[in-house]
Design a protein around this ligand. Structure first.
Ligand code: NAD
Length: 383
């Protein structure tokens, strides 16, 4: 099997799909060869020399697409809507493409791959089961994003996060509120705590309470019935508009006290819920900061502009895009390890590659195969 890694071309993307450590590990299998586009890991801190030392061959982009049986990308043309079409034309019948495809927002991509008889694996669809945890890029990238968003807030804030008692007076610690405490939110809680802030957090899933406490943050208690908030795979279910309205009313009192708010609330495949309205922003203290991690999915704040930092009613609202890419070394390390684990499932020690649809991970993740779209959720979306 020849595995190929092209350099990422999505504007702003700094990660690489496989690191030299993953190359060494995968080359232990018989019959596996790995080709890497020259310069693919440069920005992330993995130079060509390290890939060569690990045993891969450096080639140009066209050779990756013409020789590799399996092509690995962080952003496939499915998620790279800006200039991904260039790659789509390079893919060939019988090839396997693995990467992020934004499957629920862009199900048509599965159809495009099917038409080319390319087998596509969408990393976003890796099921949330214990065995697949080591392949789950959404979790590993969310962890990195949660960390970085706190740093973005700290950099933008006119306050220090920790309490300080000095000869020039005492500075109170910053008060930070995290809304949505999944993987990203929990890491945001932990990071803000480490910086010395007083951290409070809120999530609709009752199970999040214990996790909030476990990182030393304080759960915000709202008088809301959240008994049914947890859906399958640990994801939150979409809440009705009545619930969200009541949540915002109760939250208005809480946000008034905060210096920094980080929102991370997401519902898979749906627009993000609005947690912070313009009226709530007006109620906040001037100089406060909001980092909206859901910016790319419509945002958790009414006033967020994706990819921009705006000041509204004296509050700075940051809507960052592709945050994991800004921590490219460690993001690539985790992404690459997730890829390596997935490839270990698909390729046996003798180097034989097989897509075994009896395996839940394969059945959920493969979005196109032999001209079809076998994934039931995507078939529904395509109608
Ligand atoms: P996510 O990115 O889908 O959403 C972020 C958070 O927003 C979630 O915790 C969600 O409950 C919350 N949210 C949604 N609507 C909200 C609202 N109206 N108000 C407040 N919060 C709201 O979540 P995630 O990071 O993918 O994690 C969700 C859960 O799944 C966590 O418990 C996580 O530990 C678990 N998980 C399990 C596995 C696994 O078993 N393999 C892998 C990853 C995550």
């Amino acid at each position: 099997v020849i595995i190929g890694v092209p350099k990422e071309i999505c504007p702003g993307e700094q990660r690489v799909a496989l690191t030299p450590a993953n190359v060494s590990a995968l080359l232990k299998k018989q019959g596996v060869e790995i080709i890497i586009e020259r310069g693919a890991g440069d920005i992330a801190g993995y130079p060509d020399s390290a890939y060569e030392a690990a045993g891969s061959k450096l080639v140009d982009r066209d050779e990756v697409f013409s020789s590799a049986q399996v092509v690995l990308q962080v952003q496939t043309p499915g998620s790279n809507i800006k200039n991904g079409d260039e790659d789509l034309t390079k893919l060939k019948e019988g090839q396997i493409l693995i990467g992020m495809t934004d499957p629920l927002a862009n199900p048509q991509f599965a159809q495009s791959l099917a038409e080319k008889k390319v087998s596509g694996l969408a990393l976003e669809l890796v099921p949330r089961i214990t065995r697949a945890q080591a392949m789950d890029v959404l979790s590993s990238m969310a962890m990195i994003a949660g960390y970085k968003c706190v740093l973005l807030a700290a950099t933008e804030s006119a306050r220090m996060f920790p309490m300080n008692m000095t000869a020039a007076g005492t500075m109170k610690p910053a008060r930070v509120l995290i809304m949505g405490v999944g993987v990203a939110g929990l890491q945001a809680c932990a990071t803000a705590k480490r910086l010395g802030a007083v951290v409070e957090a809120y999530d609709v899933r009752p199970a999040a309470r214990e996790q909030i406490l476990s990182v030393g943050a304080k759960p915000v208690e709202l008088d809301l019935d959240t008994g049914e908030a947890e859906g399958t795979g640990g994801y939150a279910k979409a809440q009705g508009e009545d619930f969200l309205k009541r949540q915002r009313e109760l939250m208005t009192e809480v946000v008034k006290e905060m210096d920094v708010i980080i929102t991370t609330a997401a519902i898979p495949g749906a627009k993000s819920p609005i947690l912070v309205t313009e009226d709530m922003v007006k109620a906040m203290k001037p100089g406060s900061i909001i980092v909206d991690m859901a910016a790319e999915r419509g945002g958790n704040c009414d006033l967020t502009e994706s990819g921009k930092t705006v000041v509204k009613h004296g509050v700075t609202i940051i809507g960052p895009e592709n945050v994991p890419s800004t921590v490219a070394f460690h993001a690539s390390q985790m992404f690459g390890k997730n890829m390596e684990n997935l490839l270990n499932l698909l390729i046996d020690d003798e180097g034989k590659l097989q897509l075994d649809f009896e395996d839940e991970i394969v059945a959920e993740t493969v979005i196109s195969h032999e001209g079809d779209v076998p994934q039931p959720r995507l078939r529904d979306l395509l109608g």
